[in-house]
Design a protein around this ligand. Structure first.
Ligand SMILES: NC(=O)c1ccc[n+]([C@@H]2O[C@H](COP(=O)([O-])OP(=O)(O)OC[C@H]3O[C@@H](n4cnc5c(N)ncnc54)[C@H](O)[C@@H]3O)[C@@H](O)[C@H]2O)c1
Length: 596
């Protein structure tokens, strides 16, 4: 017989605790909500009232249901109030000694058959459980933030947790409408083990002034479809909590340097910049607890209007190349009203390229996104050429030829001879150092990376890569052009992987290492990232789409340039590529696509 769990206790009513109270009360379960003192209790109550009032205002919850929900919660100071609940979930700050003390006390207060759970993100559930006399009734129930929204729950069993208790809690999670994955007790479990290295890396980019907070966040949202950028997520998690999680993962998880908290995090915590909950973290919020970002000294109101300063006028654009990226980029510029000169290596290639651009524009017409007259006007703006000499009077050249440094350098040397002074020379390289290309010319200040994403007409993001020689005017011009194309241009330094690939691929590689270590299955890992973090695809889904060979090549580049031991490609990834399992394109990668 499955245990019922008619009443639960929640200890600690901060970011997570209040959300967890709401999850239970919404599902008809009585909750005893416990804090250490009256003011914190009041804060928790106010957060829950605010959250449920917003749900009513948005029409997501009936007023009567809100009232019933609130009536199910019994607010109490002190653990003694938990004497008769069937299950307790602890959500106090991430400190082992504090949690152990609370568990010892819960063991004394709660009835013998009660199940005791921790919401810890990174601490050892086993170490917490041995503070009680009933470690077989202790487990981790790890909710995700915000708890009422995120579907995933990680259930963490220790070597002594009884199978019956795990099954009972799995049943409870289903009743709460959650999807659970049950795993063993390892630092960071699935989702945080894959998430926090990425978050810490993003913070290191801010600390090094590699890119701005807004640009890093926009890059990951628009380049990967993530629901929020890493710095906004740090603010949501809380920087104090994130610090403790990283610190614990570093110590428990084999001292991986990527988990050693970036010093900036500690400084911000010391300065009271904890994120949303304190009204200020990486961003500034309307007031403590509010999700609304307001302008601050880093980005004052009206900052965008200065974009026009020092920008060169661009009306005519050369695009060199005839592959997938060149095709998309030609279309993007022509549709935005620029005169385009396309240069390929021969008339035959130009003819094919013309057909490809026309076909793509026609698709837009069929889908009702582009009028026939606009299509014709766009095509009319393009000149098709097989000689670089036709680029003498363009204002901007975008190079999208094969990803080989010698070829790109030779091309830039020729452009340097042919193009007029003041032209912006851009490369779309996704992996080569832009400075190498720039130094093939006598005008490195005019050279910039413009990293479009595939398919260029659809993807809203462009990474603008400035080398140590790129002038501020060139970068400002690149930003203005991207804005004019309707794209978001994010500016970053000239390092392997720029922003998106540098943050994305190590995470994918870590997922492969986790699978290789048999900690979990590809399905559960994909689930965890989709349902726990709101990612549009899980890592194995994505690896199969991107291609395992492409992913391995990018990861190797990152490893070679940054010499970070944690970036070493996962042996399993190398083996799959050697075996010809390249993903969807070869019919098999992490999954078999021939039978789907
Ligand atoms: N923030 C996240 O995104 C997130 C996500 C999943 C899990 N977690 C985990 O949840 C736990 C709580 O994190 P948080 O972010 O909600 O922290 P928080 O700092 O927002 O809230 C902690 C609350 O615990 C209360 N508290 C402290 N000592 C107490 C005691 N002795 N008795 C009762 N209450 C006490 C504090 O007053 C505070 O309200 C941590 O273990 C954390 O790792 C956090």
């Amino acid at each position: 017989m499955m245990r019922e769990f008619a009443s639960v206790g929640v200890v600690g009513l901060g970011t997570m605790g209040t959300g967890i109270v709401e999850v239970f009360a919404r599902n008809g379960i009585d909750v005893v909500a416990v804090e250490v003192a009256e003011p914190a209790l009041e804060r928790g109550r106010a957060t829950l009232t605010g959250s449920t009032d917003r749900a009513v205002a948005k029409g997501k919850l009936a007023a009567a249901d809100r009232d019933a929900l609130l009536a199910r919660v019994d607010w109490q100071v002190g653990l003694d109030a938990l004497h008769s609940v069937d299950l307790v979930i602890e959500a106090v700050p991430e400190h082992l000694d504090l949690k152990q003390r609370i568990f010892a006390e819960l063991d004394r207060v709660c009835k013998p058959e009660a199940v005791l759970a921790t919401n810890t993100s990174s601490l050892s559930v086993t170490e917490i459980s041995v503070a009680t006399t009933r470690p077989n009734q202790v487990l981790g129930i790890h909710f995700f933030n915000p708890a009422p929204v995120m579907k995933l729950v990680e259930i963490v069993r220790t070597v002594v947790t009884s199978a019956e208790v795990v099954a009972d809690v799995e049943g409870l999670c289903k009743r709460l409408g959650k999807v659970d994955v049950t795993i063993n007790d390892r630092a960071g479990f699935i989702a945080n083990a894959l998430l926090f290295g990425y978050l810490n890396h993003a913070v290191s980019m801010v600390e090094a002034r590699y890119a701005s907070r807004e640009d890093i966040d926009a890059a990951m949202k628009l380049g990967c479809g993530l629901p929020m950028g890493p710095l906004a997520l740090m603010d949501l998690i809380g920087l104090d909590t994130a610090y403790e999680i990283l610190d614990t993962m570093y110590r428990r998880g084999g001292r991986d340097r990527r988990h050693a908290p970036v010093p900036l995090i500690k400084q911000m915590v010391t300065a009271g910049l904890l994120g949303r909950k304190s009204g200020r973290g990486f961003y500034t919020y309307e007031r403590p607890g509010s999700p609304v970002v307001v302008p601050d000294e880093q980005t004052p109101a009206g900052a965008e209007s200065t974009l026009g300063a020092g920008v060169r006028g661009i009306t005519k654009v050369g695009v060199v190349g005839s592959g997938t990226m060149a095709t998309g980029i030609i279309e993007v510029f022509a549709k935005a009203g620029y005169e385009v000169v396309s240069v390929t290596r021969g008339a035959e290639k130009s003819a094919k390229l013309f057909e490809a651009v026309k076909t793509s524009l026609n698709k837009g017409v069929v889908r009702g996104k582009l009028g026939e007259a606009d299509r014709d006007a766009a095509l009319g703006r393009i000149t098709w050429s097989a000689t670089l000499e036709h680029l003498t009077d363009v204002d901007l050249v975008v190079e999208a030829v094969i990803e080989e440094l010698s070829v790109k350098k030779a091309l830039f040397a020729s452009l340097d001879e042919i193009c007029k002074p003041g032209v912006v020379l851009a490369t779309t390289t996704s992996s080569l150092p832009v400075i190498d290309v720039a130094m093939a010319t006598q005008r490195p200040a005019d050279v910039v990376g413009l990293h479009f994403f595939n398919p260029a007409p659809v993807m809203p993001l462009v990474e603008i890569v400035q080398t140590i020689r790129t002038s501020a005017e060139t970068t400002a011009t690149a930003r203005a052009v991207c804005a004019d194309l309707g794209k978001t241009g994010v500016v970053c330094g000239d390092r392997s992987g720029f922003i998106v690939n540098a943050l994305l691929f190590p995470y994918l590689n870590d997922a492969v290492k986790m699978l290789e270590a048999s900690y979990s299955t590809a399905d559960d890992i994909d689930h965890a990232m989709k349902l726990g973090c709101g990612y549009p695809m899980g890592p194995f889904d994505l690896l199969d789409v991107v291609g395992l060979d492409v992913s391995l090549a990018i990861q190797r580049e990152l490893y070679l340039e940054l010499r970070e031991p944690g970036f070493a490609p996962a042996p399993l990834l190398e083996h799959l590529v050697t075996a010809g399992y390249l993903g969807r394109k070869s019919g098999r990668g992490f999954r078999d696509h021939t039978r789907r």
